[in-house]
Design a binder for this molecule. Structure first.
Ligand SMILES: Nc1ncnc2c1ncn2[C@@H]1O[C@H](COP(=O)(O)OP(=O)(O)OP(=O)(O)O)[C@@H](O)[C@H]1O
Ligand SMILES: [Mg+2]
Length: 245
């Protein structure tokens, strides 16, 4: 359903992504792990054109893009198919939980307001936050804010949801409720690409784990293979460090 080829991105002379190819099947849960500064966020951001790469072609659903030369209209069509969940939630502070979810439906999908708000309320019910519909982000816990962030992505019925370290800004007490919601999505066969340091989540939920380093995919495969019996010494070294901490 998604085919990325030749993705390359440099910031000045710092080559952050080096000719990355990636195919993702419908319903697949892909978890990306790797050391800090390795290009994981940049990869996700390029997939949603939050960052413009130097080269790369992307086929997703029924559209094909030259990512380096995409028009604003193509970027919008891409974002209808791929939603982004940010580490720091990125909610609108001056909008309620309900309106945060409805906003994209109104602006991107051009839905009438009443319809968008009805859809948003349905999503809030699904994620167990219906009673918080009128709450502003500042009055929600981190876990609740991130669930709204995920609800926003769910509302768009995206072909794929891109998660960039969705739990790493959370107090430990809220991590499980967010991972729980992501597991719920996984059971519904929502296609997802998740950058995370939650190795246990990767083991339980991923269909495929990708280990990245230095702007390249070093190795990938089923969780058992990559997390238990990695072949590459760099993967082993990384796992030794994260599993120790
Ligand atoms: N906007 C930017 N301008 C310049 N350099 C950038 C920019 N964004 C990222 N970089 C550089 O690109 C490299 C990869 O960064 P990226 O954020 O993709 O890494 P990451 O794998 O997500 O790391 P982390 O695990 O710490 O989140 C780093 O060297 C970073 O300094
Ligand atoms: Mg990152």
């Amino acid at each position: 359903m998604i085919k990325l080829s030749g993705l390359t991105k440099a910031f000045d002379d710092n080559v952050v992504l080096n000719n990355i190819d990636l195919e993702i099947k419908k319903g697949e849960i892909v978890v990306i792990i790797g050391p800090s500064g390795t290009g994981k966020s940049t990869l996700l951001r390029c997939l949603n054109l939050l960052e413009t790469p130097d080269a790369g072609r992307l086929a997703i659903d029924d559209i094909q893009l030259d990512l380096a030369n995409a028009s604003e209209r193509e970027a919008i069509e891409l974002r209808k198919r791929a939603s982004f969940v940010f580490q720091n939630y990125a909610l609108f502070a001056n909008k309620t939980a309900l309106d945060n979810i409805a906003e994209g439906l109104i602006t991107v999908w051009k839905q009438p307001k009443a319809e968008a708000r009805a859809t948003a309320l349905g999503i809030l019910k699904d994620i167990g936050l219906a009673e918080k519909q009128d709450a502003y982000p500042a009055s929600l816990s981190g876990g609740q804010q991130q669930r709204v962030g995920i609800g926003r992505a769910m509302a768009a019925h995206s072909k794929v949801i891109l998660f960039d370290e969705p739990t790493s800004a959370l107090d430990p007490e809220w991590v499980d409720e967010v991972l729980g919601l992501m597991k719920q999505l996984a059971r519904q066969h929502q296609t997802m690409v998740v950058v995370t340091h939650e190795i246990e989540f990767a083991r339980d939920v991923a269909d495929r784990v990708i280990f990245m380093e230095g702007g390249r995919i070093v190795e990938q495969g089923p969780p058992d293979q990559i997390l238990v019996n990695p072949v590459d010494p760099r993967t082993r070294e990384f796992l030794r460090k994260v599993l120790k901490s």
